[in-house]
Design a protein around this ligand. Structure first.
Ligand code: C2E
Ligand code: MG
Ligand code: MG
Ligand code: MG
Length: 286
């Protein structure tokens, strides 16, 4: 025990802390084994073009199929994985799996869509990210233009200079970059111009209270027009109601993601949605 604790960098702890620390250690151990045991799965959530009602992209979202607990959501393990470094191999698995899946859908003759993959802070800082992305692309045979990496705004701003350098390296691979949870961080607007970005993803927290919160509506509309002026694509996440979709469309946002269209679903279910793509318009008329 003491040795394990030492390795975890924890030297002093009170008896009350022991239970917490022990739980965390066993969780960490489970996390490490989860990859070897192939317990992670990806669910896919559609991103939809509001004008046509067609799915234009899928965000890959990881879940942990825990042997005793059932499906565990990222909110319950990503932070620990980030802290312990397990996020790096997990993130590699996610990239490989997502690229293979996107290519498999294309090979089935389904209309090609973007595949969007979340990249964590730790993963983004790792030198081998570039190699990991390149490998995921070459092993799957997926054309890089179909892969979009989602990076949070707060991550980018943490070390602006090195973030920009890393983003340029990724751009060289031909992949697209999106800023996730946009509006929650502290981007200097002038810095935005220097990023090789394709898209801003407006954070869910600004969408949730539309049409009741005038401030959120003003901020959302401002982000959309900022994106347009900087020649960036813009998407809103967490869209749950037709009123929200209506407001977004009227403000010039052309893509949305959220429960209104679909929750994240398993691969087979997403395949079916793609087979009917463009023929079912659950959004229309708004
Ligand atoms: P995110 O990247 O901002 O992903 C969107 C989250 O919002 C997802 O939660 C999704 O299920 C949820 N969501 C989508 N539409 C709606 C809606 O209309 N209403 C509400 N209330 N929620 C909606 P999820 O899957 O639990 O993921 C949470 C976060 O965990 C993600 O936020 C992302 O930051 C992280 N995450 C997920 N998968 C990965 C991954 O493979 N790697 C890394 N590093 N992080 C991941
Ligand atoms: Mg995301
Ligand atoms: Mg987000
Ligand atoms: Mg979010």
């Amino acid at each position: 025990r003491a040795k394990e604790l030492g390795r975890d960098g924890i030297a002093i702890f009170t008896p009350e802390m022991t239970a917490t620390v022990r739980r965390k250690l066993s969780r960490t151990d489970e996390l490490r084994q989860a990859l070897l045991r192939d317990e992670f799965v990806l669910h896919y959530q559609p991103q939809v073009d509001v004008q046509t009602g067609s799915i234009v992209a899928a965000e890959a979202l990881v879940r942990w199929n825990h042997p005793g607990e059932g499906l565990v959501y990222p909110g319950d393990f990503i932070a620990l994985a980030e802290e312990t470094g397990h996020i790096v191999p997990i993130g590699e698995w996610v990239l490989q799996r997502a690229c293979k899946q996107a290519k498999a859908w294309q090979d089935h003759g389904l209309p090609p869509i973007r595949i969007c993959v979340n990249v964590s802070a730790r993963q983004f800082q790792e030198k081998r990210l570039i190699e990991t992305v390149a490998n995921a692309l070459s092993e799957s045979g997926l054309d890089p233009t179909w892969l979009e990496l989602e990076i949070t705004e707060s991550l980018i701003m943490k070390d602006l200079a090195s973030s920009i350098a890393r983003m340029h390296e990724l751009e060289q691979l031909g992949v697209k970059l999106a800023v996730d949870d946009f509006g929650t961080g502290y981007s200097s607007l002038s810095a935005l111009k220097r990023f090789p970005l394709s898209r801003l993803k407006i954070d869910r927290s600004f969408i949730a209270d539309i049409p009741h919160d005038a401030d959120d509506m003003a901020i959302t509309a401002a982000i959309i027009s900022l994106a347009q002026k900087l020649d960036l694509e813009v998407i809103a996440e967490g869209v749950e109601t037709k009123e929200q979709a209506r407001f977004l469309v009227d403000s010039g946002c052309n893509e949305i993601q959220g429960y209104l269209y679909s929750r994240p679903v398993e691969e087979e279910r997403f395949h079916c949605m793609l087979e009917n793509n463009g023929r079912i318009h659950p959004l229309l008329p708004l």
